[in-house]
Design a protein around this ligand. Structure first.
Ligand code: 5AD
Ligand code: SF4
Length: 467
C-alpha cells in the first residue's frame, strides 16, 4: 500500500481536520480505528476510492477487508443502471445491525447515486443510521465531514458547483503494478440514456503538469501500467488555455523515461481524431487497443441517443484506425433495448458487431434513469423480448471472440506478467487487449516477458514464454 508523501499541497484546512479527527477518536477510546470501503461501478469510482482511502489514512484509520471490524464504513456508489442501485440499498441496510454492535461505527455513502437529490433524501429520511452522505465533487472534504459528524449532526453535502479540481489528495493505491490515473472528471455529452452528466457535473480536465507529475511518481514507484481515466478522454483539455489535447498528453506521457505501458478509457467516437490515431501509432508505450463504445448500430437510434455520429461515421473511424495501427484491437459498450428500438434496429447492432469484430464487448440492457430524456420516451418492447435480443448478441460475440482468439495462435506478445492463477500458471495482458496464460515463476510478476500463443481453450489463450 502506498500513501503518497505529497500531501503538502492538499488543502491545509483538511489536513487540520484530519489531525483533529485523530485526536477525537483517541479521546473517545477508539483505539486503532479501522475503515472498510465498498466500491460499486466503474474504474473512475475505484480510482476515487483510492483517494478516499488516502484521506482516511490521514485521519488515522487503517483499512480492513472485514466489514464487521470497521469503525468507518463507506459505500462509493454507482447510478448508471438500476441494478447497481438496488445492491447499494441492501448493503447499506445491513449496517444497521453492525451499528448496534459498535456504537462508534460511522456509515457513509458517496458517489453517483448519493449525488441524486431523491436518493440522498431517501438516505436522510429512511436510513437514520447513515451518518455522512456526500456528492461526487466533495470527496476532498472527507476529513472535515468526519470531524463534523463526530462533534455534531449528520452530514449531507451535495454541492455540484464544477469548481476547480483539488490536487494533492493523498492516495492509497490498491496495487503496485497497474494504477489508475484520472485525467479529467465529469461529462458534457448528455447521451439521452445516461445519468453521468447530471451526477458528475461538467467536464473538467486536470492540469497536464499534475498528470505528468503523478505518472512520473507512479513509474518511479515501480508501476508498469498506467490507465488514464475519464468519461471521454478524447475531449481532454477542451476549453483550457494550455492547449494540450489528449493526443499531446499521450505523447508527453509516452516520453517519460521507463519501461511501462499506457492504457486509456473511455474514448467517445465523436472526438476521436486522426491525429489521436497517429499518436497511438507513434507512441510505443501506448497499447494497441481502443475502447470505443458505439452503443447502437442503428443511425436512427444513435440520433435518439444524442451520440453525434452515425453508423457510417463509426465504421469509417474503425477503418481509419486499422489503416494506421496494424492489428489494433477494439472493445465496445452496447445498449440493447433503448426506448423505441425495434428488432430491425437491433439487427443493425448485430451486423456492426459482425463487421467490426470486437475483441470483447460490454453489453447492457437499457435501464431507465430518472431525470434523463430517454426515461420519458415510449418504451413498448418488453424486458423479456429485450432479454432474447441480448442473448442473441452474446452468442454472436462468443463466436467472434473464438475466431479472433484462435487467429492469435502462433503470435508473439510482449506480456506484463501480472499474477499467478488459481492453478499455478501465470497471466497478463499483451500490448493489445487480450490476456494470455503461461507457465512461469514468481520472479516474472511485474516484468515484461515475451510469450508465443499456443492454443485457445475454455475461453483462455495459453502460451509459452520464449524469453
Ligand atoms: N442503461 C443501460 N446502460 C447504460 N450505460 C449508460 N447508461 C445506461 C443506461 N441507462 C452504459 C453505456 C455506457 C456504459 C458505461 O454504461 O453503454 O457506455
Ligand atoms: Fe454517459 Fe455519454 Fe457521458 Fe459516456 S459520454 S458518460 S455514455 S453521457
Amino acid at each position: 500500500m502506498i500513501l503518497s508523501e505529497k500531501t503538502n499541497g492538499y488543502l491545509p484546512e483538511q489536513c487540520a481536520y484530519a489531525k483533529r479527527v485523530q485526536a477525537l477518536l483517541t479521546e473517545r477510546g477508539v483505539v486503532s480505528p479501522k475503515a472498510h470501503i465498498v466500491t460499486f461501478g466503474c474504474q473512475q469510482n475505484v480510482s476515487d476510492s483510492e483517494r478516499i482511502k488516502g484521506m482516511l489514512l490521514l485521519c488515522g484509520y487503517s483499512l480492513t477487508e472485514e466489514i464487521t471490524e470497521a469503525d468507518f464504513i463507506l459505500f462509493n456508489t454507482c447510478a448508471v443502471r438500476g441494478h447497481a442501485e438496488d445492491r447499494v440499498y441492501g448493503n447499506v441496510g445491513a449496517t444497521k445491525k453492525l451499528k448496534q454492535a459498535n456504537p462508534n461505527l460511522m456509515v457513509s455513502v458517496c458517489g453517483c447515486m448519493a449525488q441524486q437529490q431523491s436518493v440522498a433524501s431517501k438516505f436522510y429520511k429512511s436510513y437514520p443510521y447513515v451518518d455522512i452522505v456526500f456528492g461526487t465533487q466533495q470527496y476532498h472534504r472527507l476529513p472535515e465531514f468526519i470531524y463534523r459528524r463526530i462533534t455534531g449532526k449528520r452530514v449531507y453535502e451535495l454541492t455540484l458547483d464544477n469548481a476547480d479540481i483539488v490536487e494533492d489528495i493523498p492516495i492509497s493505491r490498491d496495487g503496485d503494478l497497474k494504477g489508475w490515473l484520472p485525467i479529467m472528471y465529469g461529462c458534457n455529452n448528455f447521451c439521452t440514456y445516461c445519468i453521468v452528466p447530471y451526477v458528475r457535473g461538467r467536464e473538467r480536465s486536470r492540469d497536464p503538469q499534475e498528470i505528468i507529475a503523478e505518472a512520473t511518481k507512479m513509474i518511479n514507484d515501480g508501476f508498469k501500467e498506467i490507465m488514464l481515466l475519464g468519461q471521454n478522454v478524447n475531449s481532454y483539455g477542451k476549453g483550457e488555455s494550455h492547449g494540450i489535447n489528449f493526443e499531446k498528453l499521450l505523447r508527453m506521457i509516452n516520453d517519460i523515461p521507463g519501461d511501462f505501458r499506457i492504457r486509456f478509457m473511455t474514448s467517445h467516437p465523436k472526438d476521436c481524431t486522426e491525429e489521436l490515431l497517429d499518436a497511438i501509432r507513434d507512441c510505443k508505450k501506448v497499447e494497441r487497443h481502443i475502447h470505443l463504445p458505439f452503443q447502437s448500430g442503428s443511425s436512427r437510434i444513435l440520433k435518439q441517443m444524442n451520440r453525434h455520429y452515425d453508423r457510417e461515421g463509426y465504421l469509417k473511424l474503425i477503418s481509419a484506425a486499422r489503416e494506421r495501427i496494424p492489428d489494433v484491437e477494439f472493445t465496445s459498450d452496447i445498449i440493447v433495448g433503448f426506448p423505441g428500438e425495434t428488432y430491425e434496429d437491433f439487427c443493425e447492432t448485430l451486423s456492426l458487431v459482425k463487421e467490426v469484430k470486437f475483441t470483447s464487448l460490454f453489453t447492457f440492457i437499457y435501464s431507465p434513469r430518472e431525470g434523463t430524456p430517454a426515461a420519458t420516451m415510449p418504451d413498448p418492447i418488453s424486458r423479456e423480448e429485450k432479454g432474447k435480443w441480448f442473448s442473441e448478441l452474446l452468442v454472436t460475440q462468443d463466436e467472434i471472440s473464438k475466431e479472433l482468439n484462435s487467429s492469435l495462435i502462433g503470435k508473439k506478445m510482449r506480456v506484463l506478467c501480472e499474477e499467478e492463477t488459481a492453478d499455478g500458471l501465470f497471466t497478463g495482458k499483451g500490448e493489445y487487449y487480450s490476456s494470455v496464460t503461461f507457465e512461469g515463476n514468481h520472479d516474472m510478476i511485474g516484468k515484461f516477458v515475451t510469450v508465443r500463443v499456443e492454443k485457445y481453450e475454455n475461453n483462455t489463450l495459453y502460451g509459452t514464454v520464449i524469453n
